[in-house]
Design a protein around this ligand. Sequence first.
Ligand SMILES: Nc1ncnc2c1ncn2[C@@H]1O[C@H](COP(=O)(O)OP(=O)(O)O)[C@@H](O)[C@H]1O
Ligand SMILES: [Mg+2]
Length: 460
Amino acid sequence: MAGRGALQLVPMTLDRRIGTELGGYRIVEQLGRGGTSVVYRAEHVRLGRPAALKLLTPALGEADFRERFLRESKLAASLDHPSIVPVYDAGEADGLLYIAMACVEGSDLKTLLLHEGRLPLRRTVRIVAQIASALDAAHARGLVHRDVKPGNILVGGDDRAYLSDFGVVKELASNGTTRTGSFIGTIEYCAPEQIEGRDVDARADVYALACVLYECLVGTPPFHRSSEVAVLNAHLHAAPPKLTRAAPDLPPALEQVVAKALSKSPLDRYGSCGEFVAAARAAAAERRVYRGRLAVSLTLLALAVGLGAVAALAVRSLAFEGGGTSASAPAPPPQPQPSLYELLLRSEDGRTLNDVAFALISAHDYARALPFARKAMAKAPVGSSTRGYATFNVGYALLMLGRCRESLPPLQRALVIEPKPLHRYIKPLVKQAQRCVQRAASARAPTRSAVGPRDPSPGR
Ligand SMILES: Nc1ncnc2c1ncn2[C@@H]1O[C@H](COP(=O)(O)OP(=O)(O)O)[C@@H](O)[C@H]1O
Ligand SMILES: [Mg+2]
């Protein structure tokens, strides 16, 4: 992981802990350092199992630190998820608190970004989605991470991503971290309520995860500033930066998704990390409508509407003049004029209809988008890409309207007719719809759900 570069060789060779034993582990080499911690590659002496051994220096004067550390480590060790670094052991030895966990071969995301710069959208979503799933599983167990950041995301082979540092008490103040009441997190990824020392819940992790996604796509975290005070102030008061200004190649719909996840109030954010990632995936899929084409379609339609109105006016005035009616003739009762939407909806062209549906979905106007998407689905030729995309849009609009049961068939259909590379965007929405249907079904059976056990990991 971080710290294996040539520059680290000097401190590593000077590290007197290398070769010694601690907590039943033999220390092999240094993997990296945090503000108040150092992580070693280690090996269990009796079992020979490789591990990462993290040593912490407890904050002075924190009398109950040790107890809380052990308590939280126990909770962290109880988490069993493919994207959470498994915790093997935690304890105290030689006056140091240690935590032994699985050693992930690869790189942490911070180092990856340092070496590779901005990551492509697909790769970003792939990594963030795994971490989102890990966080949702932890949240279902009542555990908020509070320190989601690239340094705590380990990326192994095939971009398998793991979240680390669950349960390691966050009160340790260090470089890049700040102390506010009982909270600590790295300030670049820190939700406003966390900064203010208010209660935090899963949505603080949603905020931090959105900061991570932004950083992967743009190269710097969203509220990056030259001083810590300025960063904190920006989290509290500055509007989220425009994603598409920082990276114009990204799909415009992604901007609203990031802005929502970065809302100042947790109430305005996505309710879970899974929801956030599903929205990001859908926005990424929307890239397939090109803004230029959309603009041309809408302009043509507006022109058609305008010309139609002019023609109607001309016919009307001709009729009135030709018929010899004078100013004294009674004016005909005003006819209700069709709205622009009604006129647009008269189009018979699947592409145009679908473009309008896309524009409305981008504006979160799902109710208005639905009839356009439906008609687009009916009008687009079977086997065309527009047909597939319109089918997806019907399902997506229905899902966003909370009509999960109805959303399932079109989403499942989209999965059948859309090309394979797009399945990764559609599958999570199908799952989201299925979960929503299940939730609705269990809500209708109050006696069972009132006494039965709660699903411990609805996010999975
Ligand atoms: N389980 C692990 N497997 C491999 N490397 C790890 C593991 N945990 C931490 N590391 C490496 O050690 C570095 C320091 O970790 P840590 O002390 O938690 O500090 P921080 O989280 O602030 O980066 C990490 O950035 C990572 O590169
Ligand atoms: Mg860490």
